[in-house]
Design a protein. Structure first.
Length: 131
């Protein structure tokens, strides 16, 4: 059952990421400096590797969150939501901001990618405690 919960949490966060980045595609591509093709889509949009890596990374994050939740006795949905939010907002997003700050990236990119980390982890934490 734990594997199912991890995969479900990863999938939910991955789907949220697809919606998040579709909604914020233009500002994200501009802020990230993504090369755009004639169709207005990222030049590498046909390459499956980033999508596969994104899902595998989501599985890794969800798996580690499940482990941390088990060690911390986080078993209720409200605690899962708060735990996920805390991990995203206070662990994942600050790494993104730190890396982007030193790379001279824009605040817009920090907000979009950091926001995805915070909300994605919140979704994971919620799903992990639902199943």
């Amino acid at each position: 059952m734990e594997y199912v919960a991890v995969l479900a949490a990863a999938a939910a966060s991955y789907v949220f990421g697809a919606v998040w980045y579709m909604a914020l595609a233009k500002p994200w591509m501009a802020a990230a400096g993504v090369e755009v093709g004639e169709d207005g889509q990222p030049a590498n949009s046909k390459n499956p590797v980033p999508y596969i890596l994104a899902f595998l990374c989501a599985v890794l994050v969800a798996g580690m969150m499940r482990h941390v939740f088990a060690l911390s006795a986080i078993e209720t949905v409200d605690k899962g939501l708060i735990g996920g939010l805390g991990i995203g907002l206070f662990l994942a997003a600050p790494w993104v901001v730190t890396n982007y700050g030193f790379a001279g990236r824009s605040k817009t990119l920090m907000l979009i990618d950091g926001g995805y980390a915070a909300i994605g982890c919140t979704i994971m934490g919620t799903i992990l405690t639902l199943l």
